[in-house]
Design a protein around this ligand. Structure first.
Ligand code: KG4
Ligand code: ZN
Length: 340
C-alpha cells in the first residue's frame, strides 16, 4: 500500500486522493451542494449521475497533481458504505475496474471508519483516543484503543446532530446544507440564551437524542413572529443546545474512561461554536479536530483509514466487493484482530 488511490462517493461529494505510505500527496473534492440546493436536500438520482460525470476528470486531475501515473499505484481504497447505493456504486465500479486493469488489490472501507481515522491525516494521534463522530447520518462516541480496535460507547437514538442541523435549517427557511447556514447566522446574529431549549438525555450516559429538541424548535418558530431576529435567536439557541449536549457527553466519556486525547470528526466538527468549546478544554485534554476539508466527506480519510487498518482482517478486498447502504461500524475489538 505504498502508493494508494482512495475514492469516496457515498453521498454528495466526489473525491479522490493519493496517499504515499499513509501521507496525503494529492486530493480533489467536487461538491454537489449547488446541484441539490434548490431541492433542500440530496436527490439520490442526481447525486449518482453527477458522480458519474465528474469521477474520471477528477481521477486525471488527482494523478496529475500528485505526479503519480496509474502504473505507479499499488492499491485502491474505496468507500463501500454506509451511503446512497447509486452513489456508492459509481466509486466501487471505478475502483474495481482500475483494480482489474492494473492487477492491484481493491480495499472496501467503511465511511464511518474514514471519519474515525481522518484525524490522523494531520497528526499522528497516539492511541488510545476518544472520538466524537458527528456527521449528517451519525453521532457516536467511540473509544479507539489501537488501529482496528474500537468500542462504540454511545450513539444517537434518532436524528444525528448534522441531520438535526439540516432539518432545523430547512424548517426556518435557511439554505441546504443546514449546518454551515446555521453556523454562519449564529456567529453573526442571535442570542444563544434567548430560548432555553431542552437538552435531551444530557444528565446521564453517552447516548444522544435530537428529535425532541427539533420539535421544541419547531414550536418556538411557529409561535414566533418569523422575523429575522426571531429566527436568529431560535437558531443560536438551538446550536447552543446541540453543542452543550455534545460537549457534556464527550467530557463525561473522557472522564469515565480516563482518556487524555479527544478527537472530534465529521461535518459537524466544522462548527465554530463547537470548536470554541473544544478549545476551552485544551488545558485539560489534548484536543484534535481535523481541518474543515477533512471533517466533511473526502477521499483522504478513506485512504488514511485503509492505511491504518492495512494489517487488520477487517479490511475487505477482492473481486466480490459490493456496496452496503446500511453498513454498520463493527466493534472491531473482537472481530478483526490486527497482525502484529
Ligand atoms: O461528514 P459529512 O460531510 O457527511 C456525512 O457523512 O454525513 O457531514 C455532513 C453534515 C451535514 O449535516 C452538515 O449540515 C453538517 O455536517 N455540517 C455542519 C457544519 N458543516 C457541515 N454542522 C454544523 N456546523 C457546521 N459548520
Ligand atoms: Zn461523512
Amino acid at each position: 500500500m505504498n502508493t494508494l488511490l482512495a475514492i469516496e462517493s457515498s453521498c454528495d461529494e466526489t473525491s479522490l486522493a493519493i496517499l504515499k505510505k499513509g501521507q496525503l500527496s494529492g486530493l480533489t473534492i467536487s461538491s454537489q451542494i449547488a446541484l441539490h440546493q434548490p431541492y433542500g436536500g440530496v436527490v439520490p438520482e442526481l447525486a449518482s449521475r453527477q458522480h458519474l460525470s465528474v469521477i474520471h476528470p477528477l481521477l486525471n486531475q488527482t494523478l496529475k497533481e500528485s505526479g503519480v501515473a496509474l502504473a505507479d499505484l499499488d492499491a485502491i481504497a474505496v468507500t463501500v458504505g454506509p451511503g446512497l447505493s447509486g452513489s456508492l456504486l459509481v466509486g466501487v465500479a471505478v475502483a474495481k475496474m482500475l483494480g482489474a486493469l492494473l492487477s492491484i488489490p481493491v480495499y472496501g472501507v467503511n465511511h464511518m471508519e474514514g471519519h474515525l481515522y481522518s484525524v490522523r491525516l494531520e497528526h499522528e494521534v497516539p492511541f488510545p483516543y476518544l472520538c466524537l463522530v458527528c456527521s449528517g447520518g451519525h453521532t457516536q462516541i467511540v473509544l479507539l484503543s489501537r488501529a482496528g480496535s474500537h468500542q462504540i460507547l454511545g450513539e444517537t437514538r434518532d436524528d444525528a446532530a448534522g441531520e438535526a442541523f439540516d432539518k432545523v435549517a430547512k424548517m426556518v427557511g435557511l439554505p441546504y446544507p443546514g449546518g454551515p447556514s446555521i453556523d454562519q447566522l449564529a456567529s453573526t446574529a442571535g442570542n444563544p440564551l434567548a430560548h432555553k431549549f431542552p437538552r435531551p438525555m444530557k444528565k446521564a450516559g453517552y447516548e444522544f437524542s435530537f428529535s425532541g429538541l427539533k420539535t421544541a424548535v419547531r414550536k418556538a418558530w411557529l409561535d414566533s413572529d418569523r422575523s429575522e431576529s426571531a429566527r436568529a435567536d431560535i437558531i443560536a439557541s438551538f446550536q447552543e443546545a446541540v453543542v452543550d449536549v455534545l460537549m457534556t457527553k464527550l467530557l463525561r466519556a473522557a472522564k469515565d474512561y480516563e482518556v487524555q486525547r479527544i478527537a472530534v470528526v465529521g461535518g459537524v466538527a466544522c462548527n465554530s461554536r463547537l470548536r470554541i468549546e473544544l478549545q476551552r478544554c485544551s488545558d485539560v485534554y489534548d484536543i484534535f479536530v481535523p481541518s474543515p476539508m477533512f471533517c466533511t466527506d473526502n477521499a483522504a480519510m478513506i485512504g488514511r483509514a485503509a492505511w491504518d487498518l492495512r494489517k487488520c482482517a477487517g479490511l475487505q478486498s477482492g473481486p466480490h466487493l459490493d456496496v452496503r447502504v446500511n453498513l454498520p461500524m463493527l466493534n472491531q475489538s473482537n472481530e478483526s484482530p490486527c497482525v502484529k
